[in-house]
Design a binder for this molecule. Structure first.
Ligand SMILES: [Zn+2]
Length: 157
C-alpha cells in the first residue's frame, strides 16, 4: 500500500500537497497543474513511512516542478529528516523547511514524543534542551537524537 491518495489543493498561487501513507515504490504521484503557481507546499503530517524506492521516485517527481517554483516542506516527520540528512536531492537547493518534528525521550516512563518546531518559532535559534516535559508523566524529557547529526540539514536550508 503506497501513498495513493495525495491531497492537492490550489489556493491562489499556491499548491498544497499532502503526502498520505507510505512513500514507497507503490506511490502514485499526482500530476500537477502548475500554470500560475509560484509556491508548492508539501505537507508530510500524514506520511507514515518512506523508503529508498519512494525517495528515488520522489526525486524524479520533483524534477518536473520548475526551479522557479518555491518548494516549502511542512511537518517533516523524524524518518523524513533522517533521510534528508542522508540523501542529496530529497529537498532541492533553495527550498524552505518550514516545520519538522524532533523526538524526545522520557527516561521515567519510556515514552517517546515528537515535538514540532516551526520557522515561525525561529528554529534556527532552536535550543533542544529547553523543550519540554513528558506528556504522559510530566518528568523532564531528553532529546532522542544525536543533535550534531539530526540538525545537520539546517545548515543547508
Ligand atoms: Zn514520562
Amino acid at each position: 500500500m503506497g501513498a495513493k491518495k495525495y491531497g492537492v489543493i490550489k489556493y491562489e498561487d499556491t499548491l498544497l500537497i499532502s503526502v498520505v501513507g507510505q512513500l514507497d515504490e507503490d506511490s502514485v504521484f499526482p500530476t500537477l497543474e502548475l500554470s500560475g503557481i509560484k509556491i508548492v507546499e508539501l505537507d508530510f503530517e500524514n506520511m507514515a513511512m518512506i523508503n529508498s524506492c519512494g525517495i528515488r521516485d520522489w526525486i524524479a517527481w520533483l524534477r518536473e516542478i520548475p526551479e522557479k517554483i518555491q518548494l516549502i516542506y511542512k511537518s517533516c516527520p523524524v524518518n523524513l529528516i533522517d533521510q534528508i540528512n542522508m540523501v542529496e536531492g530529497l529537498v532541492r537547493t533553495g527550498s524552505e523547511i518550514r516545520s519538522f518534528y524532533v523526538p524526545y525521550y522520557c527516561e521515567a516512563c519510556d515514552f517517546i514524543s515528537n515535538h514540532i518546531v516551526t520557522s515561525a518559532g525561529s528554529w534556527k535559534n532552536f535550543r533542544p534542551a529547553e523543550l519540554g516535559k513528558c506528556q504522559k508523566c510530566g518528568q523532564n524529557v531528553e532529546i532522542d537524537v544525536i543533535e550534531s547529526k539530526y540538525f545537520k540539514f539546517l545548515k543547508r536550508f
